[in-house]
Design a protein around this ligand. Structure first.
Ligand code: CA
Length: 224
């Protein structure tokens, strides 16, 4: 079962979280401040860190940044009471995998946890299926209707990024970072061009995409 480190200084909230997650079958432990969180993130193996932003000694943003700086890749969900969009984005740019705004419902949190843990299962290889397509991560192959499709390495990387973050809007910048790499200059039109090509390979009706959707003004979303 997955191991979750709960980082929360408020004892009652931490206890409720721990009780809920244990009922779900997760193994859990609690860290009560930012420094303890850093120590335990580095010293033990976790599948996920639930990281509150408002913490004594070091806040959750700082902890998140330092964990990533130390090249620890454990999944992180930020628990934030701050609702400003900029701060959410900041959290994600710092390397968090997702965020949940307080107050949250236990059900919403459970769903987010499952979604984030599922990304690791996908990355561990195997075959991802949607519609009549199969993406074979072990072989680096895409099949449509049982037949291999010629996908370029770039298209494969785009598709992998979409599958990892399915259901979520990805901006063109996020797609560039995922497929071309950080700091590479690519025009937005180039991204659109590759998406169009990808649609031809995975959609039954590329002009009316069912899976690779455009989200006006924001980017693209994969509903697979
Ligand atoms: Ca707190």
């Amino acid at each position: 079962m997955a191991r979750i480190l709960i980082v929360e200084d408020e004892a009652d909230i931490a206890m409720v979280l721990e009780r809920d997650l244990r009922v779900e079958g997760y193994e859990t432990a609690i860290a009560r401040d930012g420094e303890e969180a850093l120590r335990r993130s580095a010293g033990e193996r976790w599948d996920l860190i639930l990281l509150d932003v408002m913490l004594p000694r070091k806040d959750g943003f700082e902890v998140c940044r330092e964990i990533r700086r130390a090249r620890i890749k454990t999944r992180i969900i930020l628990l934030t009471a701050r609702t400003q969009e900029a701060e959410k984005v900041l959290g994600l740019e710092l390397g968090a995998d997702d965020y949940v705004t307080k107050p949250f419902s236990p059900r919403e949190l459970r769903a987010r946890i499952k979604a984030v843990l599922r990304r690791d299962e996908d990355q561990a290889g195997g075959v991802y299926r949607f519609g009549d397509c199969e993406v074979d991560f072990d072989r680096g192959e895409v099949r449509h209707g049982g037949r291999p499709v010629e996908a370029t390495p770039l298209e494969f990387k785009l598709l992998a990024a979409f599958i990892r973050q399915r259901g979520k809007v990805l901006s063109r910048d996020q797609l560039i970072e995922a497929a071309w790499g950080p700091g590479i200059f690519v025009t937005e039109r180039a991204v659109d061009y590759h998406i169009i090509n990808l649609r031809r390979k995975i959609e039954r009706l590329p002009a009316e995409p069912r899976y690779l959707r455009s989200v006006r003004g924001l980017g693209y979303r994969f509903d697979g």
